[in-house]
Structure formats: C-alpha cells, structure tokens
Design a protein. Structure first.
Length: 138
C-alpha cells in the first residue's frame, strides 16, 4: 500500500465540522453510495444528540474507528471523514484487508459535563475540493 498516495488524497481542511455538519456528511455519503454505506443510529449522547455510525465494507473482521471522543478533540472527526470518502472511492482499500469498518465521527458530541464548546467546533469546514470547484475557471 502506498501511504503517500492515500495521504495526498486527504482534503485540505481549514476548519473543524460541527456535529450537524458531521451528520449531514453521513447522510450525503449514505445517499450517494447506498450499495456501499450503511448508516444507523447506535445510541444517544448525554445531551440528546444521536450517535451514528457508518459501516463500510463486507470483510469477515470488524474494525471500530472512533473519530472524536469529545467535541474539543476534533481532528479525529476529520480523519474519519477522509477515511470514509477514501473507502467508498477505492475498491482496493475497502476490500484488501478484509474488514467491515464501523466509523463513528464523534462519540460524545456534548463533551464532558460542564465543558465549554470551543469555537473551533462551531466553525464550518471547507475542503480544498470545494474551494477548487468554486474557483473561476481560467
């Protein structure tokens, strides 16, 4: 596996997603790839937010990937986002290792009791692909 090739396909994120944006991305991915992506609710957070998981792959072994254990630790959510997209786009990556991957962008969207929500969690993420697609052609 060429790790550099896969890393070069990670979008140039400029901000962290909100919980609503993470849910919207899951919905979009499941709608766009119903044959590859299974989306389901697995619980509810302390603050009443749905906890959702995307399952991709059909291998005999299971791997659970938790992106963000808390909203103030958002880099894992971006990692899950990039990995989900690569798994649906790359048949070899999806099938080669024999896993059914269960990806959870954020397992505790409310954070620890009493913890403030950092401003970065409320900001909107913009990928390089989106910026490039909206750039004027020349």
């Amino acid at each position: 596996m060429n790790v550099h090739e896969h890393m070069s396909r990670v979008p140039d994120y400029t901000a962290f997603p909100t919980v609503d944006q993470m849910h919207a991305e899951l919905d979009e991915l499941a709608a766009a790839h119903p044959d590859l992506v299974r989306l389901r609710r697995i619980g509810t957070s302390r603050l009443g937010e749905p906890l959702r998981v995307v399952t991709i792959g059909s291998g005999p072994r299971d791997a659970v990937i938790i992106g963000g254990p808390h909203p103030n630790e958002p880099i894992g959510s971006l990692t899950v986002s990039a990995l989900m997209r690569q798994l649906v786009e790359d048949t070899w990556l999806r099938e080669e290792f024999g896993f059914r991957r269960h990806l959870i962008p954020c397992v505790d969207p409310g954070g620890p009791p009493g913890a403030p929500h950092p401003p970065s969690v409320r900001t909107r993420r913009v990928s390089a692909a989106r910026r490039a697609s909206s750039a004027p052609s020349g």
